[in-house]
Design a protein around this ligand. Structure first.
Ligand code: NAD
Ligand code: DAU
Length: 370
């Protein structure tokens, strides 16, 4: 039986990963460690916490004593490090927090895992670790920087981050690789493209657009909307992480993506037309709407001041994870976006809960002067 330590397990991808594991495996234990920042919500996993295989620790990944005590209490086999400050716009406002959490937090998690897993030394004086343990760093395609109109990110693409967020994630990747070289710590790194799906915090493009449409608010599109992102349904990312944990070669980096590049403006128009169609088909969905159904149209789109240093295009080449580990995505974008929108229409209470804190103030600050 494996015991997973999932940091950031109350956030978007981490919570989906916890749900995925609990459903897929009978015999396992999971400890979620999360500091419940604005992006973490215990309600997201409260039903799962009724399952005796799961427990929760509220702690910051930079807190040495708190993390150490988790490793002392449990025999952890896998660390999956999702915990991070994850929003590019917030990193432009407050880079320091991103460096603290994403870099120093990762280094602290590595250090505590290393100390707890060491069983001795080999003839070259390198540490030897308990069999079967692994540290998986959940990274991002943003560490590769920005692409022009053609080409893909492969695992050999040099890291060239351009925002404080992506620079902090790239730094974390280098620290993880340094622990693999210097201390022979068994690690993998996954670098995934943009995720979408249930429990996505409505500061990110797709859930923000859905929320604004329902409230009859303008839909802020940065610049001319021509920036391209490569979208993957969150469950497919969870499946990729599970695949890398169980089958990934120690020390390797795997890119994760499903060849689904879209311009932001096309995403926004698709979300508008899909919400309108779902409301026309099912009148019950209209209870989520603050305005009339006729207001759901492209006139809601508002081109606003661009994000500074806005990366133009991301596109992942997933040949390594597909060819070597047999991972392929299951949900195509056409189905995934409908599933996602339906989920938001049916889970307005969750949206209200997670945006009841400082969301309003954040929204006015970020979009007020755009
Ligand atoms: P998220 O912002 O939704 O969730 C982050 C979680 O981490 C929250 O639960 C938050 O409370 C927790 N957290 C933040 N700082 C913490 C700290 N100091 N100590 C403990 N917990 C802390 O993020 P997400 O979108 O779920 O992303 C998860 C990971 O996946 C991140 O590392 C991100 O870089 C990476 N990633 C995200 C995407 C994407 O499209 N969202 C794509 C590729 C990689
Ligand atoms: O590529 C993986 C990354 O994807 C992850 O590492 C990040 O954690 C995650 O937040 C995401 O980063 P992006 O910056 O690509 O996601 P975001 O949803 O913030 O923006 C997607 C695109 O939409 C981007 O080109 C900026 C644009 N945008 C975003 C917002 C919030 C708008 O045009 N308007 C908006 O209001």
């Amino acid at each position: 039986m494996k015991h997973y330590l999932v940091t950031g397990g109350a956030g978007f991808i981490g919570s989906n990963f916890v749900k995925y594991l609990l459903k897929k495996y009978g015999d396992l234990r999971i400890t979620v460690l999360d500091d419940l920042t604005y992006a973490g919500n215990l309600g997201t996993i409260s039903d799962n916490l009724k399952d005796s295989r799961l427990d929760f620790v509220k702690a910051n990944i930079t807190d040495q004593n708190a993390v150490k005590s988790v490793f002392e209490k449990y025999e952890i086999d896998f660390v999956v490090n999702f915990a991070a400050e994850s929003h590019v716009d917030r990193s432009i406002e407050n880079p320091q927090l991103f460096l603290e959490t994403n870099i120093l937090g990762t280094q602290n998690m590595l250090d505590m895992a290393k100390k707890s897993w060491i069983t001795g030394k080999d003839s070259n004086d390198y540490p030897v670790y308990r069999k079967g343990v692994k540290f998986l760093q959940v990274s991002t395609d943003e560490v590769y920087g920005s692409l022009g109109e053609t080409g893909y990110f492969t695992e050999n693409t040099p890291l060239a981050p351009r925002s404080p967020y992506s620079a902090s994630k790239a730094a974390a990747d280098f620290i993880v690789l340094a622990y693999a070289e210097t201390y022979k710590l068994p690690i993998n790194i996954t670098r995934c493209s943009n995720n979408y799906g249930p429990y996505h915090f409505p500061e990110k493009l797709i859930p923000l657009i859905i929320k604004n449409i329902l409230e009859g608010k303008k839909l802020p599109v940065y610049g001319d909307g021509s920036n391209v992102r490569d979208w993957l349904f969150v469950e497919d990312h969870c499946k990729a992480i599970d695949t890398v944990l169980t089958k990934g070669k120690i020390g390797e980096v795997y890119n994760v993506g499903g060849h689904n590049e879209m311009k932001n403006i096309d995403i926004v128009k698709l979300v508008i037309s899909t919400i309108r169609r779902l409301m026309e088909e099912n009148t019950e969905y209209r209870s989520a709407l603050k305005t009339g159904i006729e207001s759901i149209n492209d006139n809601l789109i508002s081109f606003v001041k661009d994000r500074p240093g806005h990366d133009q295009r991301y596109a992942i080449d997933p040949a390594k994870i597909s060819g070597e580990l047999g991972w392929t995505p299951e949900t195509c974008f056409k189905d995934g976006i409908v599933k996602t929108i339906r989920w938001y229409l049916e889970n307005q209470d969750w949206v209200k809960e997670v945006t009841s804190g400082d969301y309003r103030e954040y929204y006015d600050r970020i979009y007020g002067n755009r």
